[in-house]
Design a binder for this molecule. Sequence first.
Ligand SMILES: *[C@@H]1O[C@H](CO)[C@@H](O)[C@H](O)[C@H]1NC(C)=O
Length: 315
Amino acid sequence: MIMGKNQTLISEFLLLGLPIQPEHQNLFYALFLAMYLTTVLGNLIIITLIHLDSHLHTPMYLFLSNLSFSDLCFSSVTMPKLLQNMQSEVPSIPYAGCLTQIYFFLFFGDLGNFILVAMAYDRYVAICFPLHYTTIMSPKLCLSLVVLSWVQTTFYSLLHTLLVNRLSFCADNVIPHFFCEISALLKLACSDTQVNEWVLFIIGGIVVVIPFLLILVSYAKIVSSILKVPSARGICKAFSTCGSHLSVVSLFYGTVIGLYLCPTANKSTVKDTVMALMYTVVTPMLNPFIYSLRNRDIKGALRRALFRKKNSFCV
Ligand SMILES: *[C@@H]1O[C@H](CO)[C@@H](O)[C@H](O)[C@H]1NC(C)=O
């Protein structure tokens, strides 16, 4: 455990939670519980459908299933603890719990990010090299992309977690947030956090900016290949295959950019909290709907799955 200069032992942190009035506490509890259950259910349905239906065993849907898995875990890092704390008198989290939360938050946040890149690359190959699609996007390449994402995100989140672990925390243990957010935690440390801040800025920038640029390049190539031979059919095809991915990407990067790149003049923690809610609760919840509502293949798979169920009931 950590011994501070004034010999206080910090074994747990207090999470201030959301800026909600006590009389609205139950309403928001119900709302977040419903949102979390929707997230879990929606993503589980996507994963199950994709694995059950052999029509969906294509790179695009296997990546989508990976994204759903990552979203499901990502919101499970923060939501159950938030729900528990909303109901408890002392909303605390043990020191080890806090580090665990930091680790998995970074892990699944970054994993989802890299899966989005793999999906963009997949769309790029599908539209720019339709004839070579199956040879380029081989199962081996898909698996390598997924394994690579897992390996790099393991190192990335381990690095940050170990760097936080070497800090000492003294008297102040109140985190003005609803989960152990790494930058909120750095503000509480009573040892020097210069290294942490640099690493967070540089590595954090790299793992957000590079994937974003890769996605932009993929889409730039897709657009230029469509413009070379402009046909209504080509444009429709591109929109129908890329539309959902583009919406998910905008949702993800919109919130991240809004949070980290738009400076807040008056250190507003309310804005930070609301933005954090956007990407921890809302984005993982919406992803499955964005994909399934607009997607004929997923709807077909759902129909087939339900139909098969009904048949087996009749027998
Ligand atoms: C993730 O993608 C890989 C490679 O395409 C696939 O083999 C695996 O089943 C996917 N994982 C999930 C949870 O869908």
